[in-house]
Write a protein that binds this ligand. Structure first.
Ligand code: CAA
Length: 259
């Protein structure tokens, strides 16, 4: 499906959303955020989609909020952008399926905030990431101050946010901001291979694992372990549990989950 600024495509069980507003490096205007949201609607409505890959066309993943549009805002009117941006990121984070960011180039400000709401980040060697908002006289407005310290730790996050500096792909890897770095021409293949490796497993289990891991970000250890125990036990009501464990016991390698 083609939605001009946002491309939506399905390859098997993998959905790919490509940000395609290259003239301004995929800057996140309110309209663009809405269009991305509409593409995510398609993912949510399709039970045959097991993983989602987000990437950008051209030299940017997303170069941040649309500064031209944002310049005119005041404290009230900026809340529209902030709600759209935060809302989209929370939606991606809570999507039942794994979301992979294939970071092809600049992921700055709101672009990095969006990438940080994804479950796994793969970066091209050309990628550059940062939260430069303080250089514009503001701070992140779509979750950046909350997610970056959770991912890289408080001290590193503070240095990145206070200086607004950009890190390259190798630096991002060394601080744990991305899972791996690959040559630009291998970026999509790597993301698709990762998606395929996830899709071979029981999808109810994968979604449950995501929910459990996400819960760990907002709970203490005891609460988290109780939550895990509860949803772990529910998996024993699924056919996938019988298929997965039964196939192991019968030494069958070539089996498929129900999904
Ligand atoms: N908003 C609006 N337009 C943008 C943009 C943005 N975030 N980023 C790039 N563009 C536009 C440029 O204005 C330029 O448009 P024109 O051709 O009409 O002049 C076009 O995209 C190409 O950009 P450049 O010519 O600047 O490309 P470059 O290769 O020389 O530089 C860059 C690339 C380093 C990413 C540079 O564009 C840049 O610094 N962009 C802004 C990055 C930024 O500060 N992002 C954070 C925004 S604030 C935010 O995200 C907020 C939040 O949470 C509150």
């Amino acid at each position: 499906m083609f939605m001009s600024d946002v491309l939506y495509e399905k390859r098997g069980h993998t959905a790919i959303i490509t940000f395609n507003k290259t003239a301004d490096l995929n800057a996140l205007s309110e309209d663009f955020l809405q269009k991305i949201g509409e593409a995510v609607d398609l993912v949510e409505q399709d039970e045959e989609v097991y993983t989602l890959i987000l990437t950008g066309a051209g030299k940017a993943f997303i170069a941040g909020a649309d500064i031209k549009e944002m310049y005119e805002k005041d404290a009230d009117s900026i809340m529209v952008w902030s709600s759209l941006g935060s809302g989209l990121n929370l939606r991606l984070e809570n999507l039942k399926i794994p979301v992979i960011a294939a970071i092809n180039g600049y992921a700055l400000g709101g672009g990095l905030e969006l990438a940080m709401a994804c479950d796994i980040r793969i970066a091209s060697e050309k990628a550059k990431m940062g939260l430069p908002e303080v250089s514009l006289g503001v701070i992140c407005g779509a979750g950046g101050t909350q997610r970056l310290p959770r991912i890289v730790g408080e001290a590193v996050a503070k240095e990145m946010i206070f200086t607004g500096k950009k890190v390259n792909a190798e630096e991002a890897l060394s601080i744990g901001l991305v899972n791996r770095v690959v040559p630009p021409e291998k970026l999509m293949d790597t993301a698709l291979e990762l998606a395929a490796a996830i899709e071979r497993n029981g999808q109810i289990a994968v979604g449950t694992a995501k929910a459990a891991i996400n819960f760990s970000g907002t709970s203490d250890l005891e609460e988290g372990c109780l939550f895990e125990r509860e949803i772990f036990s529910k998996l024993f009501e699924t056919e996938d549990q019988k298929i997965g464990m039964g196939s192991f016991l019968r030494k069958e390698k070539d089996f498929k989950f129900k999904n």
